[in-house]
Design a protein around this ligand. Sequence first.
Ligand SMILES: N[C@@H](CCC(=O)N[C@@H](CS)C(=O)NCC(=O)O)C(=O)O
Length: 209
Amino acid sequence: MKLYEFAPAPNPRRVRMFLAEKGVTVETVQIDLTKGEQRSDEFRAINPAMDVPVLELDDGSRIHQVDAICRYLEESYPENPLWGRDPLERAAVNIHNHQIMLNGLMAVAEAYRNTTPMFVGRAVPGPHDYPQSPELAERGFARVANFFADMNQHFASSEYVVGDYFSIADIQTLIVIDFARWIKVKISPEQTHLQRWYDQVSARPSASA
Ligand SMILES: N[C@@H](CCC(=O)N[C@@H](CS)C(=O)NCC(=O)O)C(=O)O
């Protein structure tokens, strides 16, 4: 297997951490987003959505979208399940993972892409160009603040996102918290529950994958 990715970017890190938790190593190919390599004809032929990560299988099949890649990996490497151990737990992981993507990852992306000069005229990744919007940036920052506050409250009574079970939803949350540094948002000193969870999860060896 081969992973097309860009090491500094948050979405590929979600897959790298998932792979590390599974103990699976793959060849990686760097697509430099700062140079616009994702928009080249060559990469567009690999992924028409023009984003990373993309997992290429040994038979040449390709999977893009982080959740689709991680689902594939979960089914291919079922040991140490990260999407839930039974139907109800899988439902809980899905609920949280989706909400964290919408309310966390997308919120940081909204603030970041609408304020960063590199994304002038490209506020949304992919083949279509959209202008930046100061209103969306402002809304993004407000949503990120709420996300941090909500997660702090959540971790007051839960070891991980889903009870005492470490899952892909924790991977996603860690990536959101670290991505938020790019917009200069950090865990505040009074968010002690979120900090406790963050210290615990970022100490896992997979966090540095
Ligand atoms: N929904 C996609 C999002 C992937 C995505 O947005 N990747 C970013 C890097 S973190 C990207 O490739 N951006 C390309 C660009 O900005 O043009 C997924 O889950 O895989």
